[in-house]
Ligand binder design. Sequence first.
Ligand SMILES: [Cu+2]
Length: 486
Amino acid sequence: MALPLSRRQFLLGGLALGGSAALAACGRPDTTPVSSRSTPTTSSLSDAKAAKQLSAEPISLDIGGIEAKTWGYSLEGGSPAIDITAGDTLRVEVTNNLPESTSVHWHGLAVPNDMDGVPGMTQDPIEPGSSFTYEFQVNQPGTYFYHSHSGIQLDKGLHAPLIVRDPNDPGDYDVEWTILLDDWMDGVDGQTPEAELKMLQSMGSMSSMSAMGSGMMMSHGSGDYMLGGDTGDVPYPYYLLNQRIPSACRTFTAKPGQKAKLRFINAAADTIFKIALGGHTLTLTHTDGYAVEPTEVSSFYLAMGERADAIVTLDDGAFPLAAIAAGKDDRAFAVVRTGSGEAPSATTTFDELATAGTFLIDRRPAESSLLDVGTISRTSDIELTGQMMPYKWGITVDGESGPVTAAQGQNLRMTIHNATAMAHPMHLHGHTWSLPDSGGLRKDTILVLPGESVNADLVANNPGEWAFHCHNGYHMSTGMMTSLQY
Ligand SMILES: [Cu+2]
């Protein structure tokens, strides 16, 4: 379906919630007026019931002079980003204008089970031409996103930011930017995630010789020792920051000395990013929607499905914002500009990027984020299994194939052990864990490194069947998915 230009511009510009990201290309002088912090409009404050029409549809996406034929979301005909206030009831009627069935998952939000958007688990798939209405109250402020939970559709354009504002937020910042990171192949040079998945699965039937050859072809980068070396399975041609390749990147503008709030979302299917802003340290304030003890970092890792908020006081000049595709020798990129001067090159290296990245799991929670888990009344030993040859990933629960079970009201400790050679961002629906070894840090997506074990506690107070899976779309699609049931 061809789209009018205006529609494409909507999609591209719309990711910048608060309207504070300029669209100037990298390297071009930027005359965009300095933006100011977005304040909730009267309608969004009074709109206790945010009713929206969302279409999932074929789109043509300009990722910077390259046209990707893909699938995406359109909200009331415009940008798919959702911006609501905690306490609002969100009502979204999803119409499926795609040629195959779909679903919408509200990543990180503790919704009622039948609103969770997992086809075959919490609802029937939304068939082509039909609709499904999601409706739930949103109570937890923070940075979230929503995405398709059908097949490998996550690796197309079927995801968008979901920002939940805190009505009590003092708003101690001048500008706010939402930064959506993605790995991209769909609809460029005939590539599709579906074909990639088939290719990976076909490796299981190869002879060991050709499998080795294929393995060498697939070593598409120098690795990242912080993550255990092997950091991704798919060689993407592009990495995007707010839907743009580095050479046609976004420019975020502000005034020198202004405080910026950055909301980072990793919507990639197979890429962990290492993020840094040249000339600045970032003060991490939230992860997965929950406040942490503010900590200054030079660079940090953001795995698929994770989100992080940071505050930074901006210096005078033009600075590179880089998100290195870990282990893949490539990057997503943008420019932060507060003054005149030449824009940094999209391939620039800088000191902050060379620092050892910090992991979000090493942060400590703010007092306000703590969950009273009480005495653990049930434990479950989870093991992550699998490998590239044959391409098959899995989860065992207490030595069996799953699911994780509990009784309503129990305090459950899941001990997640990664027995594979790759890092896996493990995501649980309907809950936000409390991590006892991180002081009670709240996370809904935990990056578990090779050989590592992570304790993750929860209170079983939202009954249903909840997907529990790796947020690598290719791992999830080949077996690294089970559920929590009570
Ligand atoms: Cu995985």
